[in-house]
Write a protein that binds this ligand. Structure first.
Ligand code: HEM
Ligand SMILES: *[C@@H]1O[C@H](CO)[C@@H](O)[C@H](O)[C@H]1NC(C)=O
Length: 474
């Protein structure tokens, strides 16, 4: 009996160690980049998600760069991944989008988007959808319509925060502002009860999207999938309602429905619903995080605040009428403000990883990345590299003086790069610039609580950023 038992134990031990060996040494006919694959199934996921400070490269990445160099392999949330922190290779990845590399997002993303949105389409369809999005958030519409509309909308919000008689958590109120406005622009949501429900569902989605894909009640992932189901249903209902009403509202939903009706169109209603979903997702957390960081960095750096005040006061001085609206020329002339925005985006690294799927074996520095693996670009390594940015952990907008401020480059990929460069970048920048304009001109504020920032590795404000806001009476 004992002999059989011992044999069994030995057999299991051999089998387990074989399994571990296979896990840690994935099959490849050539040489894989160095690195470790962690434990079977969970890989190195837990270490990757360990919270860390805003002002650093994720320790997970840092440790491995020291050990293995700028390119290394790992396994996260069930995927074999090569992490690239090499600017030249990152650039190469962006340039070969659609050839050796394809846009990819974690399983939880594809499951959430149902494979039906701008993120998962390639080539012609991607180009079509991108233009469809630019119709709403591209420079032309910003110039013609959104700039003045957003100014009005932002002013109303800031004034109400100053007059509400209590302190406000800027992360929370700016999230509401961004979401409500965009939901209104997209599908005519009116800022009432329905909008709040939709927003809450998106919060649940965002909280759970980069989490371990375990769907049992109580997990963030489960709430995320529920949120997705609810949100898609609510957007779909709005589509149906609009189709039945025959009334025109002149918003983006009208435009989408017209596109769907066209004869030779690529757009189906299902794609359109998913597109609206994807856009709300892409805007909500990114933009509100950037707005909150703007307040934080400006509050922490009085010299920056003073310089901003000079720039925006000058704009008012040059006007014929002090109370006229911001013009496109004025917006474009806010050079220092744009330097501040780039500096926020550089330090914030709001998107912690950019993923691509490798579709044919790729050779790099004598190593091979096999087809089927993923590559992950980690922008923060570039953005806080002392060889590229002097004193990289300091918030210093002046470092952008004389530099290109509106495109991605080998040293700046806060909005991505290549054909997948963020389509909403101009929209986000207009929102930030208007917000900063009104903040420095019309308000005085003090930070009364919060302001801690933790990455997990997405950026979070565990205790918010609470402000006491007063109107300036000029
Ligand atoms: C500060 C705010 C924002 C930041 C930091 C940001 C960052 C990024 C980054 C890094 C990418 C590239 C992802 C990749 O290549 O894998 C991206 C793509 C994208 N962003 Fe943004 N984004 C912001 C705001 C917005 C807004 C306001 C919108 C919508 C109006 C938006 C819509 C999109 C879309 C649709 C894509 C995918 C583009 C494509 O596949 O061609 N983003 N964004
Ligand atoms: C999400 O949407 C559903 C359906 O509209 C709603 O009942 C629920 O309260 C919303 N909020 C959250 C947090 O799920």
């Amino acid at each position: 009996m004992w002999v059989v038992f011992m044999c069994l134990v030995a057999l299991i031990a051999v089998w387990v160690s074989h399994w571990v060996y296979i896990w840690q040494n994935p099959k490849c006919n050539w040489k894989l980049p160095p690195g470790s694959m962690g434990f079977p199934l969970i890989g190195e996921t837990l270490e990757y998600f360990t919270p860390h400070s805003l002002y650093d490269i994720p320790p997970f990445i840092k440790k491995r760069i020291t050990r293995y160099g700028s390119l290394f392999r790992t396994n996260l949330v069930g995927q074999n991944i090569v992490v690239s922190t090499d600017p030249e290779f990152n650039y190469h990845i962006f340039k070969n989008e659609g050839k050796s590399f394809l846009f990819w997002y974690p399983e939880s993303f594809t499951e959430i988007f149902g494979g039906q949105d701008i993120l998962t389409y390639h080539g012609v369809v991607h180009k079509y959808l991108k233009n469809l999005v630019l119709h709403l958030v591209g420079p032309e519409n910003l110039k013609a319509k959104l700039l003045s509309e957003m100014e009005e909308m932002t002013r109303k919000h800031l004034t109400s925060w100053a007059r509400c008689g209590t302190t406000v958590d800027i992360k929370q109120v700016s999230s509401e502002m961004v979401f409500n406005y965009f939901a209104y622009k997209l599908i005519g949501y009116d800022g009432l009860e329905g909008t709040r429900k939709l927003r809450e569902n998106f919060s649940a989605i965002i909280n759970g999207i980069i989490s371990f894909p375990l769907s049992i009640p109580g997990t963030a992932y489960h709430a995320c999938l529920q949120g997705r189901k609810n949100a898609l249903k609510m957007i779909k209902e709005k589509f149906d309602e609009r189709k039945a009403s025959n009334k025109k509202y002149g918003d983006y939903l009208d435009h989408l429905l017209e596109e769907v009706k066209k004869e030779d169109t690529i757009l189906t209603e299902e794609i359109a619903v998913n597109l609206v979903f994807g856009l709300l997702f892409a805007t909500y957390e990114t933009t509100s995080t950037a707005l909150t960081l703007a307040v934080k960095f400006i509050s922490d750096h009085p010299r920056v605040q003073a310089e901003l005040a000079i720039e925006h006061m000058q704009i008012i001085k040059n006007r014929q009428r002090k109370d006229s609206q911001i013009t496109w020329q004025e917006y474009r002339s806010m050079t220092f403000t744009h330097m501040v925005i780039n500096e926020i985006v550089r330090l914030a690294n709001i998107v912690p990883g950019i993923y691509r799927k490798v579709i044919q074996d790729v050779e790099i520095n004598g190593y091979t990345i096999p087809a089927g693996w993923l590559v992950m670009i980690v922008p923060s390594v570039l953005h806080i590299n002392p060889d590229k940015y002097d004193d990289p952990l300091t918030f210093n907008p002046w470092r952008w003086e004389g530099n290109e401020l509106h495109l991605g480059s080998k040293t700046f990929m806060g909005f991505g790069g290549g054909v997948r460069l963020c389509v909403g970048a101009d929209f986000a920048k207009v929102q930030l610039a208007i917000f900063i304009h009104q903040l420095v001109l019309n308000l005085r504020w003090t930070v009364v609580k919060g302001g801690d920032i933790i990455r997990k590795p997405t950026l979070t404000f565990p205790n918010g950023l609470h402000l006491q806001i007063l109107e300036k009476h000029l």
